[in-house]
Design a protein around this ligand. Structure first.
Ligand SMILES: O=C(O)C(=O)C[C@]1(C(=O)O)C=C[C@@H](O)C=C1
Length: 461
């Protein structure tokens, strides 16, 4: 798999074939010398046993570096698709958490599997004194099969664990697809870039918390295209282990956006006096409380997370505003063909290297004079952002400027008004990139299906 390792350790990516097996790439480190040194990477393959059979009955002889075990997760492994995905995510996060602290990565991976019940094949990739990591892997017959073209086979990467709102958004965007959990936003981007997933669905803004800046930075750093949007009503619950009362809780953990969206309600909640602590994602917070048997900690997450991780709902609907909505974008390797017969939105980012506000005024005028409505404008302070390679080499890359401006407007790139406006904008700016032109999510907030990339067979409309 053509990976470079941007992270110091841990889980790098998932490759999901949930019907039969589940693979992910994990790196682990030697910390015995107190210096964190990468000692290996492994492709870990969890094999799903046939229903009703235990793993060691399927004729897979345990090989060197493999373990065949039966224990607590076995029931989930042979259960339905959701349980299978959940157990893959839980098991892989445990392996990723365990491996870096070991002086023997193989043993650590094996031990993690043994404690969770699965057949685990370790296929180590040499990294010490060897350069296997940098050599291209030989093509296999499976690599030549065409990319999946039907909704049921579409692989959609999202950040978080099963039960996260991003998972729900992925399912809303691409009904019938396989949702692939990723531990970080960057992993979801890489999963699409490396053909492990076909799409990524990532949150970009929330009606209470505002923009999710990390993803705007990543949009600029990577070369994926926005091919759709989906808006999801977010209904938060306060979850705790069965029998725990609000009075027992001293700590509430969740994704920072979720904590922000519930801040006032938590402060006013009778019987609750708890510190807040940030966690990677809402469902991950619930799983952490459950897995560690924490009776003094509650998590803010969805009711689905409560079901998945065996938690009880202490309080329901705790977001500060009942109209709490998060907007997600769908990302793909290729842009879609913009259309004029559907309500379309276009997202751009630009920068300028001139002093003052006149450039911004001129850019906005280019849209205003053509009656093009803006739906969002946001700015990010300039930091030394690593741009996608072809932006950096184009000669239009930003040099000295103070802000990157992100603008969404309600029109298609196929519209001549938009093409004229962008031609004008390019004259005032030192950097301009169209992030995508895509169908607007017109579904009523209560339920329904999003507008998705209309050029593909995955279209949900
Ligand atoms: O943690 C999750 O469940 C997520 O999907 C992430 C996220 C976010 O990043 O904003 C998504 C929707 C909610 O607004 C809260 C959290």
């Amino acid at each position: 798999m053509p990976f470079h390792n941007p992270f110091p350790s841990q889980l790098l990516a998932f490759e999901a074939a949930p019907a039969t097996s589940f693979s992910f790439l994990v790196s682990y480190q030697q910390i015995a010398t107190e210096e964190e040194e990468l000692i290996g990477m492994a492709v870990v393959n969890i094999v799903k046993p046939p229903i009703g059979q235990s793993p060691n009955l399927q004729g897979r002889a345990p090989r060197r570096g493999s373990v065949v075990v039966r224990s607590s997760l076995q029931g989930a492994v042979v259960g339905n698709r959701t349980e299978w995905l959940t157990s893959c995510a839980v098991l892989s996060s445990k392996v990723a958490a365990l491996a870096p602290h070991s002086t023997n990565g193989h043993l650590a991976l094996a031990a993690a599997a043994a404690s969770n019940g699965a057949v685990l094949d370790l296929d180590p990739v040499k990294t010490i004194n060897g350069s296997a990591r940098n050599l291209p892997a030989p093509l296999r017959i499976a690599d030549l099969s065409p990319a999946p073209m039907h909704g049921s086979e579409l692989r959609v990467a999202y950040q978080g664990m099963p039960g996260a709102y991003s998972e729900k958004a992925s399912v809303k965007a691409y009904p019938g697809s396989d949702a692939i959990p990723c531990d970080q936003f960057e992993v979801a981007f890489q999963a699409v870039e490396n053909w492990i997933a076909d799409r990524a669905v990532l949150p970009v803004e929330n009606s209470l918390g505002g923009s999710i800046h990390r993803n705007y930075d990543l949009l600029l750093r990577h070369r994926l295209h926005i091919v759709g949007e989906v808006q999801l009503p977010v209904h938060h619950c306060l979850l705790a282990l069965p029998g725990v009362r609000k009075e027992d809780v001293t700590r509430v953990i969740s994704h920072p956006q979720a904590l922000a969206q519930c801040e006032h309600t938590l402060t006013r909640m009778a019987g609750l006096n708890a510190a807040r602590e940030a966690f990677d994602d809402t469902a991950g917070a619930a799983e952490y409380v459950a897995a560690n048997g924490l009776r003094d900690t509650a998590a803010i997450a969805s009711s689905r997370a409560a079901e998945l991780y065996g938690m009880e709902v202490l309080a329901d609907g705790i977001q500060d505003d009942s109209g709490n909505v998060t907007r997600f974008v769908m990302l793909a390797r290729e842009p879609i063909v913009p259309r004029m017969d559907l309500p379309f939105k276009t997202s751009i980012v630009f920068a300028h290297d001139k002093e003052g506000t006149s450039v911004l005024f001129k850019v906005l005028s280019a849209f205003a004079f053509r009656d093009i409505s803006l739906t969002k404008i946001d700015s990010r302070p300039h930091r030394p952002i690593r741009l996608a390679a072809d932006d950096a080499g184009s000669g239009t890359a930003p040099k000295q400027f103070e802000y990157m401006f992100y603008v969404d407007f309600q029109a298609s790139l196929a519209d001549p008004r938009v093409q004229n406006a962008l031609a004008e904008v390019q004259e005032f700016t030192s950097f301009l990139r169209v992030l995508g032109s895509y169908p607007m999510d017109m579904t009523p907030m209560a339920a329904g299906v999003a507008s998705s990339d209309s050029s593909s067979a995955y279209s949900s409309s």
